[in-house]
Design a protein around this ligand. Structure first.
Ligand SMILES: [Zn+2]
Length: 94
């Protein structure tokens, strides 16, 4: 009985952790999480090809590396967001 409770608690904690790591808050806003994904057109700093990138706008400031879909070279993306909207988006070739 006790072992079972501990296991349930552990799986609940894992789910909460996974939600947090996806940038979702825990609470009433969690259900709106899907609306936080906004796609934005960006241009590869290497080959100049434009393509769509999906940004999670629930994270106010984010910086990550992504690969160009066309030439596959990695570049850095710096985004500033407010929930549901991208305020600025910068790409930097590294
Ligand atoms: Zn490219």
């Amino acid at each position: 009985m006790e072992a079972r409770s501990i296991r349930l608690l552990t799986s609940a904690a894992t789910i909460l952790y996974e939600m947090a790591s996806r940038g979702c808050g825990i609470g009433p806003d969690t259900l709106q999480c899907a609306g936080m994904q906004v796609s934005e057109s960006i241009q590869c700093p290497f080959c100049g090809q434009g393509f769509e990138l999906v940004i999670d706008t629930s994270v106010p400031t984010q910086q990550f590396t992504t690969d160009c879909e066309i030439c596959c070279r990695p570049f850095e993306v710096v985004a500033e967001c407010k929930p549901g909207e991208i305020l600025s988006l910068d790409v930097r070739g590294s």
